[in-house]
Design a protein around this ligand. Structure first.
Ligand code: PMP
Length: 405
């Protein structure tokens, strides 16, 4: 086999489908976000698609904590958690996270992806006969974790309680079950009916596994997510989150009972056989978590900015999914136009919004996913709306609002 030829032809296939990924090469500068330097673009750009939802990746408290930890403890952890890599910073961060979610314990992983993959994979492979009921729109990391476990998987229609109940009822009453779902779904920005899902879990004797990756730091009086906002944290078996989005740093975690965390700690290869996060990363993440437990300012500013962008889009008739979250999917509905708008926004307007096309979203629902943050100014909004209006007209795109799906 000519391996290089194989790689080239696979990549050509992606290009032909319009699915070949090109990265904007950015450099975020301290204190200047959402402005960033784009090395393979027009120079300075305003970033409108970052998951550093609150700008915590540039927050002085976070940077100071990281500097301090770097200066005092050095660069890396020096080992896996089991072999010399558990530092004081990791233990403190796990305590902050357990407290954030009102759980007995928390367990850190190197990313949110790894936490889902390792925790779900371990639970599903080690609990004899466990059936995982997985929301149809669950993130790839959950899907991979379940697949890897080889446990029986039942997919229920997205956020559909009737379908979930039918699928629970069809399983043997005594089969161990786990319902895996997210709170805020990242592409449509819709929110799961957590309470009703917990009610069904109780009725059918299932555990619950909630991914709050797009909600931690952003919702609830202390940034504990949608479950905190709705007073439901104690009803969830596992709450999973990331330190890489609203907390602005990197890493993932689960929060749960002492026994469950200890079980995953003891059996998950994705936890055991990998170098621990650098202590300065853990220290920075802990500073972000601590800050957002005590300050709601960033959350309210973000929500005000989101409302403002939505109102401005409504005023010029640009279709976007109405949802109760901070994610604004502006619907283009055509992969070529979506990419074109993104390219011209970057080239002519210094605005960076990555186009979201199939397979990330279904064909015909191609979109620009906009994530306003407290660090976007009124002037940034003005320029965004002006540029979008111009491009919408140029691409002859419909201005009728389309319904949430
Ligand atoms: N869960 C969901 C729902 C996500 O969207 C993502 C990342 N986009 C992850 C988990 C993985 O988190 P991380 O980026 O920290 O690996």
């Amino acid at each position: 086999m000519n391996y290089q030829e194989f790689f080239r032809s696979e990549l050509d296939g992606l290009r032909a489908e319009g699915n070949y990924r090109e990265f904007a090469e950015l450099e975020r500068r301290r204190g200047q976000f959402p402005q960033a330097n784009c090395y393979n673009g027009p120079g300075t750009v305003t970033v409108w698609c970052s998951n550093d939802y609150l700008g915590m990746g540039q927050h002085p408290a976070v940077l100071e904590a990281m500097h301090d930890a770097l200066d005092t403890t050095g660069a890396g952890a020096g080992g896996t958690r089991n072999i010399s890599g558990t530092t004081h910073a990791h233990v403190q961060l796990e305590a902050e996270l357990a407290d954030l979610h009102g759980k007995q314990s928390a367990l850190l992983f190197t990313s949110g992806y790894v936490s889902n993959w390792a925790a779900l994979g371990t639970l599903a492979s080690r609990i004899p006969g466990l059936v995982v009921l997985s929301d149809a729109l669950n993130h790839a990391s959950m899907i991979e974790g379940i697949r890897h476990s080889r446990a029986q998987k039942v997919i229920w229609k997205h956020n559909d309680l009737t379908d979930l109940e039918a699928k629970l009822a069809a399983l043997p009453a005594n089969a161990p079950k786990m319902i895996a779902f997210e709170s805020v779904y990242s592409m449509d920005g819709d929110i799961a009916p957590i309470k009703e899902i917990c009610d069904l879990a109780d009725k059918y004797g299932a555990m619950t596994y909630l991914d709050e990756v797009h909600a931690v730091g952003l919702y609830g009086p202390r940034g504990g997510g949608i479950a905190e906002r709705e007073g439901l944290m104690d009803r969830l078996t596992v709450i999973e989150g990331t330190l890489g989005k609203a907390f602005g740093v990197m890493g993932g975690y689960i929060a749960a009972s002492t026994e469950l965390c200890d079980f995953v700690r003891s059996f998950a290869s994705g936890f055991i056989f990998t170098t621990a996060l650098p202590p300065c990363v853990a220290a920075g993440a802990a500073a972000a978590v601590r800050h957002l437990k005590h300050s709601s300012e960033e959350r309210s500013q973000q929500q005000a900015r989101v409302a403002e962008v939505r109102a401005r889009l409504d005023a010029i008739g640009l279709p976007h999914i109405e949802n109760p979250s901070h994610i604004i999917p502006v619907m283009v509905g055509d992969p070529v136009k979506c990419k074109y708008i993104s390219d011209v926004l970057m080239r002519d307007h210094g605005i960076y919004i990555q186009p979201i096309n199939y397979p990330t979203v279904p064909k015909g629902t191609e979109r620009l996913r906009i994530t306003p943050s407290p660090v976007h100014s009124a002037e940034d909004v003005e320029r965004l709306i002006g540029a979008l209006e111009k491009l919408w007209a140029q691409c002859q795109l419909a201005r009728l609002p389309i319904a949430a799906q």
